[in-house]
Write a protein that binds this ligand. Structure first.
Ligand SMILES: *[C@@H]1O[C@H](CO)[C@@H](O)[C@H](O)[C@H]1NC(C)=O
Ligand SMILES: *[C@@H]1O[C@H](CO)[C@@H](O)[C@H](O)[C@H]1NC(C)=O
Ligand SMILES: *[C@@H]1O[C@H](CO)[C@@H](O)[C@H](O)[C@H]1NC(C)=O
Ligand SMILES: *[C@@H]1O[C@H](CO)[C@@H](O)[C@H](O)[C@H]1NC(C)=O
Length: 443
């Protein structure tokens, strides 16, 4: 891969500064945006339409949508496939299903309402796919689909963000019991919806493969073993009926990469005699190892293990416009209009890799038709259009209570709850509903 090596020296001071901040910040992710990021030339390759979901107009077009629909919608007929991932954000006065107080599982730094975010306009938008309507999230339908099943979210803090959105929406109809928790910052948790004997869990595994995360005491870089799936979640794969994978941001950190017990290369590791190989190929390998191991283990089904439905949530772009530790780092209060912001650079590249790996896993799993299903939840574009949905300074409670300080921490990576990320789960439910029409063979 032709990875360029931009401006490393110029930003060294910033890098060291941000490395120092790692020691201070619980949200260490923020500082990675100061790392120089090797860009590949952005290619315009069309991606396979993995994301097209057959859609029935009869069941999902709300009755209110009868007044002169745009021409693209007139052609909609029963079972026309709907591409949920291209569209626009339109105003929606209904607001979210839940608020910052109704749900007991919102990470503090993402509870923007509770932390005093003054504007609420960001809550009043809904995603409108070009060809159809995206139904509002139906918690009862979701719970019905996962009745007697276990759905696991595996990945980094974006996986957790999506999980917490889902829990909040499901909580509006049934109360989950937290049945398991462990790890610093509750990195492994499991809830049970007694009403449906449904389990929802989250597994911290920011690389999916085995890794050693950088630490203040140990080395200042991550170590990744690209040929080995992370058994912290892998060993429980057998008990998972749905797996939602969401990773990306942690691959930007400095790291040394291993494959088959030898060093493959590294990303930003001055002082080591390793070849800089960037992180794109590495992300690809990690995903491939992960999806291959799911296909191996679930396909050649261990006795008693059912098949599995796998969702790969694509990369969720950050929206830093200014310095992360100054007021106004992500100041927008409205979505971008369609075409105002194009997908490009790293966001585009990571999304492309994720979708390609899902496509290639689909091919590999075709011999297990009806046992293993995979789909990309391709939210990168719709997320890109929502610079207004991040906590920004409201990652901390009432950040401006004493006026605007010189230093203000900002989170322009994660999403406020409620917020745009609720839409990821609305689309996820549509994929699940489609799958439900063709049950897995064991069911
Ligand atoms: C949140 O929702 C609950 C239940 O619908 C309601 O009682 C409460 O007033 C709401 N709080 C806010 C701040 O809107
Ligand atoms: C409850 O759900 C688990 C999976 O989470 C399943 O193994 C078990 O069989 C279910 N119990 C009943 C009574 O169906
Ligand atoms: C590691 O082993 C796999 C499987 O044997 C092989 O395909 C791959 O090329 C090896 N990688 C390296 C860097 O040797
Ligand atoms: C770095 O690696 C190269 C190639 O493996 C080797 O020739 C060189 O001596 C190494 N340099 C150091 C300082 O270890």
């Amino acid at each position: 891969m032709g990875i360029s090596n931009p401006n490393r020296d110029q930003s060294l001071t910033k890098k060291l500064f941000s490395l120092f901040l790692y020691a201070l910040l619980p949200i260490s992710l923020l500082s990675l945006y100061f790392y120089p990021i090797p860009f590949l030339p952005s290619t315009q390759t069309e991606l396979p339409h993995s994301t097209i979901i057959s859609h029935s107009s009869a069941s999902s077009t709300p009755p209110s949508f009868t007044s002169t629909p745009p021409s693209s919608e007139k052609v909609e007929t029963l079972d026309t496939p709907c591409d949920y991932f291209n569209g626009k954000w339109i105003r929606d006065r209904r607001g979210p299903l839940y608020n910052g107080t109704t749900c007991g599982t919102i990470k503090e730094g993402q509870n923007c309402i509770k932390h005093g975010r003054p504007d609420s306009d960001y809550l009043n938008w809904r995603w409108k796919p070009n060809q159809c309507n995206l139904p509002r999230f139906e918690p009862n339908t979701f719970l019905q689909i996962i009745t007697n099943k276990h759905i696991a979210f595996v990945g980094d803090s974006m996986a957790r963000n999506q999980l917490e959105s889902l829990l909040c929406m499901l909580s509006t109809v049934s109360t989950p019991n937290l049945v398991y928790t462990s790890g610093v910052d509750n990195k492994f948790r499991k809830w049970n919806f007694v009403s449906h004997n449904a389990s929802v869990s989250v597994y911290w595994s920011p690389f999916l493969v085995q890794g050693v995360e950088k630490s203040n005491e140990g080395p200042n870089h991550n170590k990744l073993y690209l040929d080995l799936v992370d058994e912290k979640w892998g060993k429980e794969m057998e008990f998972m009926d749905f797996i939602v994978i969401s990773v990306g941001h942690w691959f930007l950190h400095p790291a040394v990469y291993y494959e088959n017990d030898s060093v493959l290369g590294c990303h930003y590791c001055p002082g080591f005699n390793h070849t800089e190989i960037g992180f794109y190929d590495v992300l690809r390998k990690a995903l491939r190892t992960t999806l291959n191991s799911i296909i191996d283990r679930k396909g050649n089904s261990i006795k008693g293990s059912n098949g599995v439905d796998v969702i790969v949530t694509t990369f969720s772009p950050a929206h830093f416009e200014g310095e992360w530790d100054k007021a106004g780092a992500c100041p927008k209060t409205k979505p971008y209009r369609n075409r105002e912001k194009e997908l490009e650079g790293m966001d585009d590249e990571i999304r492309k890799i994720e979708i390609e790996e899902v496509e290639s896993a689909k091919v590999k799993s075709s011999e297990f038709e009806g046992i293993i299903r995979l789909e990309a939840l391709d939210i990168t574009k719709l997320a890109l259009l929502r610079p207004d949905g991040h906590p920004g300074p409201y990652m901390n409670p009432f950040p401006f209570a004493n006026g605007v300080q010189e230093h203000v921490q900002n989170d322009c990576v994660h999403w406020c709850l409620p917020g745009p990320i609720d839409t990821w789960n609305e689309i996820f439910l549509e994929i699940m509903k489609k799958w439900k029409e063709n049950p897995r063979i064991e069911e």
